[in-house]
Design a binder for this molecule. Sequence first.
Ligand code: 15L
Length: 268
Amino acid sequence: MTKPFKRLLLTGAAGGLGKVLRERLKAFTEVLRLSDIADLGAAAEGEEIFQLNLADKAAVLKAVEGCDAILHFGGISTEYPFEDIMFANIQGTYNIYEAAHRLGVKRIVFASSNHAIGFYKQTEVIDADARMRPDSMYGLSKCYGELLGQYYFERAGIETVALRIGSSFPEPKNPRMMRTWFSYDDLVEALRCSLVTPRVGFTVLYGMSDNPAVFWDNRKAAHLGFRPKDSSAQFAHLFPDTGVYPAEDDANATYHGGGFIFDGPKYK
Ligand code: 15L
């Protein structure tokens, strides 16, 4: 069966989700080019490896050259001091977009995060048009990455799906994640839809499975045709209802962004 892409670039391929995608994206592309600052081991058949720092513009340019599309999962994936976030996420994501612009790559899937809107209360359901309410320096960097996507679409016609990933783990780790859980299978399907839909412009898609209760509404991304197949309902037994109302200072029960709110910023 012919694959829809000749060469895809996956950044952050040594990360938690990167490792999952390294195996799963091969179904879509003849060659999967992998990049990370960390060691990626030897290239398997159909793989190319570029060990690089995303803040290194020349290295990013080389990694992007010859790719049909980019899945940008690289950078820091949780709260860190601003100086670290600045190089990896802000400079790094700019380098990806600028390289795509110079080399004519027309589609990027940006691994954004729910922490771009983490300060919404769990009593509110929001869609793609809700204003950003970052809960951390990490969340702020995801807002910047999304705005780069918006800008490079309007300025240069590069199309982006900003995937605001909820909690993509083998299973939910707390009651909040029953609402934000995003199975690996649904993640891969969301990426497939984001890559193959003919026109996406700049689209925000919330990355969540078909969970019994959710904080996000994906109707504004309906053109992607993404239909999650999994549900956190299968894990309901992990978090039995104790009948005890959550404490008011329980961030996991109060905000979309959960613990990031009360953890607060980190400094060097
Ligand atoms: C994220 O953006 C993080 O990368 C991940 O580690 C989780 O904390 C997730 O959000 C979440 O909100 O559950």
